[in-house]
Design a protein around this ligand. Structure first.
Ligand code: CP
Length: 302
């Protein structure tokens, strides 16, 4: 690890990923341990969240630590005009670790340069969501038995989808091949295609789901994120562009698993939920074990 904060997935090495997965597997077997006794973790959410905030708080509670923070800035001095810099300087006096989500790309990096305590990025705009990435890796390893040589098919908002950006960077260590399925307006940005080309990683791009999901080991669905569009009309054009239905899984591989960082809106029909190929709710549960591992590693407690 280059420094103690986790801001981008590139702050971790391949060995760090493997260590987190090993620790997460141990926490899955034994989630209640008093490792954080006497520690305080702040969760600062400048943008809405269900899974990330609550799974971090669950992770801290199961490890015997205490949580403080906010999920709505309207009840804080941010609403009076206090800057991010001053907010982070203050909270880093009150906690041993700050978990932060912010709508602006780069906000977590900036916070890590100001804070006296480590920062864990819980999502910064369309940029990065490294802890989601690590729980995605854990879910892929758990369901496929390996991270190596897999076909990963990513569907939906590949332009603004920060979980997509983090995951393709992390998977690049494991010789994947990618299929990117997106409408023209939401194609994967060139910088990420350049990243893959420099590493000789195969990828293809499509605009249609069928039959392009049939050879996947992982189908990674994403939501078209209304909050990232400056123009509501642009969002209306693409919001329901892909809907995965149960019947579309008939010709997919027996081992395929469907992942989604959630929340979903319409992009996975509820008739998929009972299909054994659906894994998104288990994936969300894996968040607790993975975040227990990340917190302990960041605080150098294991
Ligand atoms: N996956 C994820 O980040 O979900 P939340 O927005 O609910 O935290």
């Amino acid at each position: 690890m280059k420094n103690r904060s986790l801001v981008a997935i590139s702050d971790y090495s391949k060995d760090d990923y493997l260590e987190i997965m090993e620790l997460a597997a141990q926490f899955e077997k034994n989630p209640v341990q008093k490792i954080l006794d006497g520690k305080v973790v702040a969760t600062l959410f400048f943008e809405p969240s269900t899974r990330t905030r609550l799974s971090f708080e669950s992770a801290v509670n199961r490890l015997g630590g205490k949580v403080l923070g906010f999920s709505d800035t309207s009840q804080t001095s941010v609403s009076k005009g206090e800057t991010l810099k001053d907010t982070i300087k203050m909270v880093s006096c009150y906690a041993d670790l700050i978990v932060m989500r912010h709508p602006l790309e780069g906000a977590a990096r900036y916070a890590s340069e100001i804070s006296k305590v480590p920062i864990i990025n819980a999502g910064d705009g369309a940029n990065q969501h490294p802890t989601q990435c690590l729980l995605d890796l854990y879910s892929i390893k758990k369901t496929q038995g390996t991270l190596d040589n897999l076909k990963i098919t990513m569907v939906g908002d590949l332009k603004y989808g920060r979980t997509v950006h983090s995951l393709l960077m992390a998977m690049s260590y494991f010789n994947p091949s990618f299929s990117f399925i997106a409408p023209e307006e939401l194609r994967l940005p060139d910088e990420y295609k350049q990243f893959l080309k420099q590493r000789n990683i195969k990828f293809e791009e499509h605009t249609e789901m069928a039959p392009n999901i049939n050879d996947a080991d992982i189908i990674y669905m994403t939501r078209v994120q209304r909050e990232r569009f400056a123009d509501p009309l642009e969002y209306e054009k693409v919001k329901n562009v892909y809907v995965l239905r149960n019947s579309m899984l008939d010709n997919t591989k027996p081992n395929v698993k469907i992942l989604h960082p959630l929340p979903r809106v319409n992009e996975i029909s509820t008739d998929v939920d009972d299909n054994p190929k659906a894994y998104y709710f288990e994936q969300a549960q894996n968040a607790v074990y993975t975040r227990q591992a990340i917190i302990c590693k960041t605080l150098q407690l294991l």
